[in-house]
Ligand binder design. Structure first.
Ligand code: MV4
Length: 507
């Protein structure tokens, strides 16, 4: 048992701010690290101490293990919190932190290594009796070998996957034999390009899956609890965009089995601290182990809002060696929470990254609204880092209220200076299929951009269109050179506004 009195946060942006906040409440001193372009970032200004670690590129700053560990030692930190991304799931970093006599706030380096391999983690789970998607983790070299394996697992359709990585890279759906040679070749070359390793393995295809993950927390004495699920099916190109807790479709009995399975998975790999077990869930609510994430996830706030817990504080307590302060039967969920990730990307131009200086910022507030933001007015959004600017979370007594609150909060949220995914999130939240819980991982591909709202994303054009709408709503319709009577004017149809936009654009 070693008290943690000072933590170095080896991260930036919203998660660094998030961790600093919990430390402040625990009276734990904080050390921020920053790259040259982050000198005036919110996490730097909030920390008790801040140290420069290099130029903007991540490889020379937030991924610089030696520099970060040197700052931790120089500042007298007791522990390092890696956040997510960067070095959070790098077993070498976890090992070096421990070897330097510091506490790594997370699982052991060995657990991180094991869960980092898609094939090794599958094998460990299979041996532990955790349901994995039927398939094999043996590397596939030739088509004939693949063909034999496919027959042994019940035939097509199947999913080809890259052993060395996730995020969908190297993945190929194969629905019939004649597609196999080309799919195998394409998957192998994509995997080689993305991970430097062209090893491909095969699984049965789970059609139209939902992505539901279970939060777990384990202490050093082998106590492990599950902290309910998060439905993360609203994804775009394997990037989660909207997450919620609890899932709209999970009956209590399935939740209990999934939670127990996640605890089993954690035990199978000697897990300690906070972690997440990801599952694919098919239309009959069968669930299959996908992977285990050995970090605090971006979407952890929806769990915190529904269970009334602070996962960062719990991580620190467990990292100090304290026994879990939670018993499974005492964990109570209340209400519903939704998170929208606010990226500096332009949803009207294929989500192209949007850089620039924040000119104006108005945060949503009011009942049931939480904003975990890593930006402030005048922040410079650059191309150096992940474009996630903030996470908007709403809590409601039920899913309907959480949705209504999120729609209200998204409409209040104003960011001028860069394009954001706010309009995209609004379109999803207002979509009847989302509101009725009728969605799976294919939702975004199926509905976007058709569910695009009637705005171009071009502020000038939108302003004129809004002014026109405003004037007409005020019944001061200007027609043929003068104001017409006060009866209800003809509403501008979409084509009229679109026509206006074309006209504006041509200027
Ligand atoms: C699958 C699958 C269907 N069948 N595996 C794995 C990596 C993850 N980002 C996507 N993965 C999938 N693995 C089998 N055997 C479907 C997906 C998938 C997916 C899963 C969860 C969330 C979003 C997804 C989007 C496309 C494909």
């Amino acid at each position: 048992m070693k008290r943690i009195r000072k933590v170095l946060i080896a991260n930036r942006g919203e998660i660094a701010v998030r961790i600093i906040r919990s430390c402040k409440e625990l009276d734990v001193s904080t050390v921020a690290v920053f790259s040259e372009v982050d000198r005036l970032s919110p996490h730097v200004l909030m920390a008790d101490e801040a140290y420069p670690i290099g130029p903007a590129p991540s490889s020379r700053s937030y991924l610089n293990m030696e520099k970060i560990i040197a700052v931790a030692l120089e500042s007298g930190a007791d522990a390092v919190h890696p956040g997510y991304g960067f070095l959070a799931e790098n077993p070498t970093f976890a090992r070096k932190v421990s070897e330097a006599g510091l506490i790594f706030i997370g699982p052991s380096a060995e657990t991180i290594r094991m869960m980092g391999s898609k094939t090794e983690s599958r094998k460990i789970m299979q041996e532990a009796g955790v349901p994995v998607v039927p398939g094999t983790t043996r590397a596939i070299k030739r088509v004939a070998e693949a063909q034999a394996i496919i027959e042994s697992i019940g035939g097509y359709p199947v999913m080809l996957k890259a052993a060395a990585g996730g995020g969908g890279k190297g993945m190929r759906i194969v629905r019939k034999a004649e597609e196999l040679p080309r799919a195998l070749e394409a998957g192998r070359s994509e995997a080689l390009k993305a991970f430097g390793d062209d090893t491909i393995y095969i699984e049965k295809l789970v059609e139209s899956p939902k992505h539901i993950e279970i939060q777990i927390l384990a202490d050093h004495e082998g106590h492990i609890v599950h902290l309910w699920e998060r439905d993360c099916s609203i994804q775009r190109r394997h990037q989660k965009v909207i997450e919620e807790c609890p899932s709209a479709i999970l009956p209590p009995e399935v939740r209990a089995r999934m939670g127990a399975t996640a605890v089993q998975a954690a035990r199978a790999c000697g897990y300690v601290n906070a972690g997440t077990v990801e599952f694919l869930v098919d239309e009959n609510l069968n669930f299959y182990f996908l992977e285990m994430n050995t970090r605090l996830q971006v979407e952890h706030p929806v769990t915190e809002m529904v269970l009334g817990i602070d996962l960062v504080k719990l991580q620190i307590q467990v990292a100090e060696g304290s026994p879990l302060p939670l018993r499974q039967e005492a964990i109570q969920a209340r209400g519903h929470a939704i998170e929208c990730r606010i990226y500096a990307e332009d949803p009207f131009h294929n989500f192209a990254p949007s850089t620039g200086r924040i000119q104006y910022l108005k945060h949503p507030e009011g009942p049931g609204v939480r904003l975990d933001s890593g930006i402030a007015s005048h922040s410079e959004i650059t191309m150096y880092y992940d474009p996630l600017m903030a996470k908007l979370i709403t809590w409601g007594s039920n899913r309907r209220e959480a949705i209504a609150r999120m729609i209200r909060a998204l409409k209040e949220y104003q960011v001028h200076g860069v394009r954001t995914t706010i309009p995209f999130c609004l379109a999803v939240l207002q979509h009847p299929d989302f509101q009725e819980g009728r969605f799976n991982t294919g939702f975004v591909d199926a509905c976007w951009p058709d569910c695009l709202p009637e705005v171009s994303g071009d502020e000038a054009v939108d302003a004129v269109a809004a002014a026109l709408r405003y004037l007409q709503e005020q019944q001061k319709v200007y027609q043929d050179g003068h104001f017409v009577s006060r009866e209800r004017p003809p509403q501008p149809s979409a084509w009229k506004i679109r026509g206006l936009k074309e006209m504006m654009r041509e200027r």
